[in-house]
Ligand binder design. Structure first.
Ligand code: CA
Length: 224
């Protein structure tokens, strides 16, 4: 087992840091969370993180100042998080040595891509998830998240969801799903597919108030 990459999340909004932690751990990163600027600077100087996600508006020491002091000693990759209208911070951040910046609210997929880019130097690559809107499915970890919330699935439910996401936006017949997910040797009728689609809907669509698993009458199912 290779070491997972470590990320320091510096963010004082608990909802955002919790969301980031779930998404990053889902991608096999190890996360440390810090909600205070001064504390974050000490952590970043003491330990060698592979990357730091740094909010700008923070208690005790703002993100720009944390970065400025960090850069006097270390070149740990830093991605700055700014609120939509903080253009000044963005410019200042890049000027004093941020590697990248993201504007809140951000698309997690884009942030993950930038994290991969800036942690590339380390030896191994992260297993990447498949996305369908706010749903992400990680084939290696066999986990699914919806908008940062874990979706608890049985083995078959996961297999079915993974197949649908791998073929997102494509209508798949019950017969194909039965063959691909249950196997050609499965004895039974296609009703089992409908039953499992219902399970998935109750755990995703109904739970999060969305309609991503859709029935196409006479044809089958599609996720979009
Ligand atoms: Ca903040």
């Amino acid at each position: 087992m290779e070491d997972s990459k470590s990320i320091l999340i510096v963010e004082d909004e608990a909802q955002i840091s919790r969301f980031l932690q779930l998404e990053l751990e889902h991608e096999h990163y190890t996360c440390t969370i810090c909600a205070d600027g001064r504390e974050a600077l000490n952590l970043a100087l003491d330990r060698d993180f592979d990357l730091i996600i740094l909010d700008v508006m923070l208690p005790s020491l703002n993100g720009i100042e944390v970065l400025r002091r960090l850069r006097l000693e270390k070149q740990t990759p830093v991605i700055i998080l700014t609120a939509r209208d903080q253009v000044v911070d963005k410019v200042t951040g890049l000027d004093i040595g941020a590697n990248d910046y993201m504007t809140k609210p951000f698309a997690i997929e884009e942030l993950l891509a930038r994290i991969r880019l800036h942690t590339k130097n380390s030896a191994h690559t992260q297993a990447s998830s498949l996305y369908c809107g706010k749903l992400s499915v990680n084939p290696d970890a066999r986990t699914a998240l919806y908008d940062g919330h874990p979706v608890d699935l049985t083995k078959k439910e996961f297999d079915l969801l993974l197949y649908l996401v791998q073929n997102r936006n494509t209508v798949i017949s019950r017969e194909t799903l039965l063959d691909e997910v249950w196997g050609f040797d499965f004895y039974g009728n296609t009703n089992v597919v409908d039953v499992y689609i219902r399970y998935l809907r109750s755990k995703i669509d109904n739970k999060f108030g969305v309609e991503i698993i859709q029935t196409v009458r006479g044809s089958g199912y599609v996720i979009r």
